[in-house]
Design a protein around this ligand. Structure first.
Ligand SMILES: Cc1cc2nc3c(=O)[nH]c(=O)nc-3n(C[C@H](O)[C@H](O)[C@H](O)COP(=O)(O)OP(=O)(O)OC[C@H]3O[C@@H](n4cnc5c(N)ncnc54)[C@H](O)[C@@H]3O)c2cc1C
Length: 549
């Protein structure tokens, strides 16, 4: 008997401790996608950046993610002498994660280096980062999305734009004009309503019309990344709800009137701090027109919703790879799990779902890169569809992937519990599941060009598969339904669109066999509610070979 040192038994049939892995190079979808749709960016610099980040995310950043989630941020409201400081202390791993993300421009790449394919490249980097740590993805996405609003405001000092376009991460507590890099937060939700932001009670009073400066008084019930340099926020003016930028520090280098009440004790998303705040005569700059606050901030929210879809697709990919890896090394009853037919069914089903999620999220990146009116109409409705569907899939998907690993999937030394705790929040924040489905209806009613763009997209593969055609035919019928019933059935409609669209993207990316498998398992009348119910006709080997690693 060859016992290990300090062990009275031989350890066998346990997977090897995982080595750092380049998660870009080992993800066939990413490189194929670049070949297929990224001709504008598939140059050596791009591939080098993705390889570097894939290497980092598959080892160093994942370890940092473990530390940053284990050592949660802590609030210090007062210093030792009783002075109010409102400081949140983060583990050094949190700062290092953001340093690396900013260095690669994940928070600003399409704005700092605009050009063909910039959104797709940034999406891939963001996808890699989320597999290492999703908590830091929150300030990254808010900064990325916030810039799209800031950029339109000529009256703001230039340092706001310049600092947002920097690749420096500067966590020092100073006025934005003195910093080498800036991060943004977003504060909309109040106690009486997060979905119903029209019910916000925070009030804004005009200080100086010329400088568009206002004072805010009120509260926000959720405000993530509260050490950000500026917060896009909403408050009531005489003209109605308006959007503002509230700087963390004042031009005279004293703190602005943003008082942190406490940090939320959350289910997951532990590396990220989420706080409750009050505004006490908080200085703020108007963004957009008074009374048009929702329209102004929705520009930002559209992008954060898109990032939620990307982020959840990344969590699913990470979970699936862990499950796959375990099953290729673990035997039960003398046979590797990967060779057990029922486990193959589960893994192939997970693989289909994971890739369909990623393809749908990246399709939105291509909309942004294209920027044509039709593609932006598709993006408008597509963000709501993708955020609802992908983010809703992620928790159950990760649970299934964890179960493939048996008891190990439930143990904190593995990443699965962290992914599982993280998953629900993408579905919740930036507008919860129902809100996304109602937004699909709103887009259809108010912006009919969205319906045209969507139907053109879905019809482009019509005639290739009977299940697809029959499923597609149901969508216009649902749309013509009674408006009252449409709201009741908004999830049914959104799910139908999402799965149809995913099938179309699978057709575009994979061969006819995998497309047919996807259509039979997702679009036919016999589709299953749990994973692992693919039918006997399914091309299991082809899926596992094409999709996994
Ligand atoms: C970890 C975390 C961090 C957050 N960070 C931020 C932040 O930084 N900034 C910020 O502004 N907010 C933040 N939020 C708040 C988040 O965006 C809100 O919690 C969310 O929008 C839901 O609002 P609510 O909690 O008030 O729920 P409610 O608005 O009360 O909604 C409750 C439920 O009702 C559903 N619902 C609402 N309207 C309808 C309808 N008409 N028909 C059917 N169902 C409906 C919703 O989908 C939801 O499921 C954060 C939340 C979390 C959990």
């Amino acid at each position: 008997m060859n016992n290990e040192r300090g062990c009275n038994h031989r350890v066998f049939n346990q997977p090897k401790t995982s080595e750092p892995t380049n998660i870009f190079a080992t993800d066939p979808l990413l490189s194929h996608y670049l070949q297929r749709f990224g001709e504008d960016i598939a140059d050596s610099d791009t591939i080098a950046a993705l390889n570097e980040y894939g290497e980092l995310a598959g080892g160093y950043l994942t370890d940092l993610g473990d530390s940053a989630n284990r050592h949660k941020p802590e609030i210090r409201i007062y210093d030792r002498y009783g002075h109010r400081i409102d400081q949140v202390d983060f583990h050094p791993a949190y700062h290092e994660l953001l340093t690396k993300a900013c260095q690669y421009g994940i928070h600003n790449l399409p704005w700092a280096n605009p050009g063909p394919g910039a959104h797709l490249l940034r999406a891939m980097l963001f996808y890699l980062h989320n597999q290492a740590d999703a908590g830091t993805a929150c300030p990254i996405t808010m900064t990325f999305a916030g810039y799209s609003v800031i950029d339109r405001e000529d009256h703001l000092d230039a340092f706001w734009r310049d600092g947002s376009l920097s690749t420096d991460y500067d966590p020092t507590a100073r006025h934005a004009s003195e910093k080498t890099g800036l991060m943004f937060g977003m504060a909309m939700t109040e106690k009486q309503g997060g979905t119903d932001i029209r019910a916000n009670t925070t009030e804004a009073t005009l200080l100086d019309n010329g400088a568009s400066t206002w004072r805010l008084n009120g509260h926000k019930w959720f405000c993530s990344a509260p050490m950000s340099d500026g917060f896009l926020t909403l408050a009531q003016t005489d003209a109605g709800l308006s959007c503002f930028l509230a700087p963390k520090w004042l031009p005279d280098h004293t703190p602005n009137g943003i008082l942190i009440q406490r940090l939320k004790d959350k289910l997951g998303n532990h590396s990220n701090a989420s706080s409750e705040i009050e505004y006490h005569d908080c200085l703020a700059y108007l963004l957009g027109e008074p009374g048009k606050g929702i329209r102004t901030i929705m520009q930002m929210v559209g992008l954060t919703r898109y990032d939620c879809a990307l982020g959840s697709a990344a969590l699913m990919r990470q979970a699936m790879v862990q499950a796959w890896r375990h099953c290729t090394q673990r035997s039960v009853m003398g046979k590797l799990l990967i060779n057990q037919p029922l486990m193959q069914n589960v893994l192939a089903d997970l693989a289909l779902e994971s890739d369909a999620a990623t393809l749908l999220a990246f399709r939105l990146s291509r909309c942004l890169d294209s920027g044509t009116a039709e593609e932006m109409a598709l993006f408008r409705i597509g963000t709501a569809v993708a955020k609802y569907w992908i983010c809703k899939q992620a928790p159950a998907f990760i649970n299934e992937a964890a179960e493939c690993m048996g008891g190990a999937g439930y143990v904190e030394e593995f990443i699965l519990p962290r992914l599982y705790r993280e998953a629900p929040v993408n579905s919740l924040w930036e507008g919860s599941g129902n809100v996304q489905c109602l937004d699909v209806l709103r887009a259809m009613n108010k912006e009919p060009e969205c319906v045209d763009a969507l139907m053109n997209e879905l019809k482009s593969v019509q005639g290739s598969n009977t299940n697809y055609d029959q499923h597609l035919a149901k969508i216009p019928i649902m749309l013509k339904g009674d408006p009252g019933e449409l709201e009741f059935s908004a999830r049914t409609l959104t799910a139908a669109i999402a799965q149809c669209w995913q099938a179309k993207l699978m057709m575009e990316f994979y061969n006819d066999d995998i497309f047919a498998d996807f259509c039979r398992s997702r679009l036919s009348d016999h589709h299953a509610r749990n994973y692992g119910q693919l039918d006997a006709k399914t091309h299991i080997d082809a899926i596992l070979n094409a999709v996994v690693v």
